[in-house]
Ligand binder design. Structure first.
Ligand code: GDP
Ligand code: MN
Length: 380
């Protein structure tokens, strides 16, 4: 679960990381009242679950009530990369001397936490990584050992920050790592971490992704309330399906999470764009298949459907019968391509053959089926 900036800053503040005082507001009037209370100048900041707000015009400095009003009016309702702004964060403006970057995330291949620290903050870290990889100081942290102040100090030394920022940055990094571990986050990122003109180190932005599997340990209902809902995901989860909405046009149904992920990959590989990830689980009976088809069918972006089933314990003929029965129950808008393999695949394909048409096609391999599904999406 991703937090909004102000929620991330509240979390940081709980761990003692310096952030600017501010208020979350929902109207122009509230924005002006908040700014009056904080004192000028302030920053008016769009709160959306996406970065790059500054470039999009969603971050504005304001030196008086009139300009807060103008900016709040402008930013509320603004569409930032598909996210409509409903909330503003008003905070006291900071005087920036330098902008740095700091983050912690999990490095799965190293089986360790990974910290990134750079003197080049305020810009996309991906851009820094591509153009000037040496400008990022990396640190692997063993979660059993934690991050000591001495190790943090050595790390900050490698990042070539302004010496005036050393003590403050060491302090922030130790606290940020604690917030990451104890807060059960998958990612904590401060970009920019600033050195102010009067020598303080301070988090000017906050990006936090929490690990949903740890929700039972925390009181996260306030964060959950501000999540943007994907209607397709809600409908699928209500039917007990493992579904993740994507932005493409090839609807995907597969059995097993691994196969579903491979199906998403292969559709992309042959030049298509998957509309979703959907794992119907081990079995593939008519009920489950009908539910899955219904969810995909309700996605207006879907132009073709790729059903990719590998029979294991479930036999090919049972899968084929399930698909045929499901198709009898749901009126499908899009052409369907089926790849059925595994146990008793021949028996299954024989059953499907009796129902094939120009709208229902069976293909023997995954790559052929993916190509066919993409081609049929273009034709429909
Ligand atoms: P993002 O664009 O979504 O990453 O939003 P940020 O919160 O990181 O803000 C983008 C940029 O706006 C920062 O890198 C700063 O340069 C600028 N900015 C944000 N807050 C302040 C502030 O209090 N004072 C000044 N002078 N600039 C700010
Ligand atoms: Mn930022």
């Amino acid at each position: 679960m991703d937090l909004l900036e102000y929620q991330g800053k509240q979390l940081f503040a709980e761990y003692g990381i310096p952030v600017s005082p501010g208020h979350a507001v929902f109207t122009v009037q509230e924005a002006v009242e908040a700014a009056d209370r904080i004192g000028y100048p302030v920053v008016v900041k769009a709160q959306v679950h996406v970065g790059g707000r500054g470039k999009a015009g969603g971050i504005q400095l304001a030196s008086d009530a009139d300009s807060v009003r103008t900016h709040a009016l402008d930013i509320l309702g603004m569409d930032i990369r598909g996210h409509v702004v409903a909330t503003l964060w008003i905070e006291r403006a900071s005087d920036i001397a330098e902008e740095y970057y700091a983050s912690f995330t999990l490095d799965r291949s190293a089986k360790l936490d990974l910290g990134l620290l750079s003197a080049r903050g305020g810009v996309d870290i991906e851009q820094v990584a591509a153009e000037e990889p040496d400008a990022i100081a990396r640190l692997h942290v063993d979660p059993v050992d934690g991050l000591s102040e001495a190790v943090a100090r050595e790390w900050v030394g490698r990042a070539n920050l302004n010496p005036a920022a050393t003590d403050g940055t060491v302090d922030v990094l130790v606290k940020l790592y604690r917030a990451y571990v104890d807060g059960d986050a998958d990612l904590v990122e401060i970009n920019p971490l600033i050195l102010t003109t009067d020598g303080r180190v301070h988090a000017l932005d906050a990006k936090v992704t929490l690990d949903d599997n740890a929700a039972f340990r925390h009181e996260w209902s306030e964060y959950e309330a501000t999540q943007e809902r994907d209607e397709r995901e809600e409908a699928a989860h209500a039917k007990g399906l493992q579904y993740v909405g994507l932005d493409g046009y090839v609807g995907i149904i597969a059995n097993g999470a691994g196969l579903a992920m491979s199906t998403v990959d292969i559709v992309s590989q042959v030049g298509g764009e998957p509309a979703n990830f959907l794992d119907i689980g081990g079995g593939a009976n008519a009920d489950v298949m009908a539910n899955a088809l219904e969810v995909i069918n309700n996605d207006a972006e879907v132009k073709s459907i790729f059903i990719n089933i590998f029979g294991g314990i479930t036999k090919g003929e049972e899968v084929a019968n399930g698909i045929v029965q499901a198709l009898g129950r749901v009126e499908i808008r899009s052409p369907i391509v089926i790849r059925l393999d595994g146990t008793n695949a021949d028996e299954g394909r024989a059953i499907l053959a009796a129902h094939e048409s120009d709208r229902l096609v069976s293909q023997p391999t995954m790559i052929d089926a993916a190509r066919k599904a993409v081609a049929m999406a273009g034709a429909s």
